[in-house]
Design a protein around this ligand. Structure first.
Ligand SMILES: [Zn+2]
Ligand SMILES: [Zn+2]
Length: 106
């Protein structure tokens, strides 16, 4: 007979601490965004605030992935499935976010 797993104190504690970590991360991210605390690193990576602060931890597969730059069509090979819209040259020339193509100071 299959026994149904019971919910107990340890489940409650585990989930509660998971929630607390998630809330803490969220608050930390909001504070980083408000102060643009990572500005120099963000700009050196060529990303806008939205991509840098909200897009971190995006789920990316480990597979090598090709993606065409939306501006010039050059195919860029990425080491994961987290690809950018633009190639480095276009993002630089157009002075926009390499990841999404929006303005970097949004
Ligand atoms: Zn390009
Ligand atoms: Zn962006």
């Amino acid at each position: 007979m299959l026994s149904k797993r019971r919910y107990d104190d340890s489940d409650r504690r585990r989930q509660t601490s998971r929630n607390q970590r998630a809330l803490h991360d969220y608050a930390q991210r909001a504070a980083d965004l408000a102060g643009d605390s990572d500005r120099l690193r963000r700009l050196s990576e060529g990303e806008c605030k939205a991509c840098w602060y909200l897009g971190r931890g995006r789920i990316a597969g480990a597979a090598m992935t090709d993606a065409d730059c939306v501006a010039c069509g050059t195919t860029v090979t990425y080491s994961s499935t987290a690809t950018n819209k633009l190639c480095a040259k276009c993002a630089h020339d157009l002075n926009v976010c390499i990841r999404c193509g929006g303005e970097k100071e949004c």
